[in-house]
Ligand binder design. Structure first.
Ligand SMILES: [Zn+2]
Length: 248
């Protein structure tokens, strides 16, 4: 007997065409983690799911299990849209990177309510961020996504020997070791000004909606982004596809 339908909150994190008229959607759901579902007719008609099958929105989806274990997407409703994302390429690109990063680091079929809640905070925070603060908001969100996935990057002590990073010094970040590495332990390929590390810690101390208050300037944010990107490239074995948005 078929299992009863299930309803859960979800973010759409990937959409691929399937045959003439269907699509396979990857959803990050609050209750069932990352799952794939067949969206019948979604390719033929955007209206098939009430026009709600859109990325960068909080959705409520109904899922019916399919004979071979693939979910079938049923009724889909839009719960929250974040209109600020569509009005700025920087905000949209940042949201795309955060969703892609979350999609890449969460395992399938494992509920992760903390990660879901983080995305529920990150998308509105990015949607409302002033252009100069988009990158800092995205960097803070990326670091939190990584930390929840078990990759807490280390910036205050050496990732090898644990010695505290000397105050006022420029530090070296090593993406392979996931943090800063002191000179006796061999340093790392990416230089971070001490001010960038201080800025990063200030970013992490604030809720995502308030990272602008940390006052981290663009060159410092760029160094932090470089370290995060290098770690992600190393860890995933590839850059995020949506990182191409950043240059725009
Ligand atoms: Zn060391």
């Amino acid at each position: 007997m078929d299992a009863p339908d299930k309803t859960t909150a979800a973010f759409l994190v990937r959409l691929v065409d399937y045959g003439e008229s269907d699509r396979i959607v990857t959803l990050f759901t609050r209750d069932y983690g990352k799952i794939s579902a067949l969206a019948r007719g979604a390719r033929k008609s955007r209206r098939r799911f009430g026009g709600a099958l859109e990325p960068f929105c909080l959705l409520e989806v109904t899922l019916a299990s399919h004979a071979r274990g693939l979910w079938r997407l049923g009724e889909t409703t839009l719960v929250a849209a974040y209109p600020g994302l569509a009005s700025s390429l920087a905000r949209l690109g940042a949201a795309a990177r955060i969703l892609e990063l979350a999609r890449e680091v969460v395992p399938e079929h494992e509920p992760d309510p903390a990660m879901f809640e983080l995305l529920e905070q990150a998308l509105p925070a990015l949607s409302r961020a002033d252009e100069p603060h988009v990158a800092a908001t995205a960097a803070a969100a990326s670091l939190r996504v990584l930390a929840l996935a078990g990759f807490e990057l280390r910036f205050t002590d050496c990732s090898v020997c644990g010695a505290p990073v000397p105050k006022g010094a420029r530090v070296r970040f090593d993406p392979w070791r996931g943090g800063v590495v002191c000179t006796p332990c061999g340093g790392g390929p990416i230089g971070l000004a001490a001010a960038a590390v201080r800025g990063l810690l200030a970013l992490l101390a604030l809720p995502l909606s308030r990272v602008s208050e940390a006052g981290v300037d663009a060159p410092r944010v760029a160094q932090i982004e470089e370290a995060i990107d290098a770690f992600v490239r190393h860890h995933l074995g590839k850059p995020l596809r949506s990182s191409r948005f950043r240059a725009s």
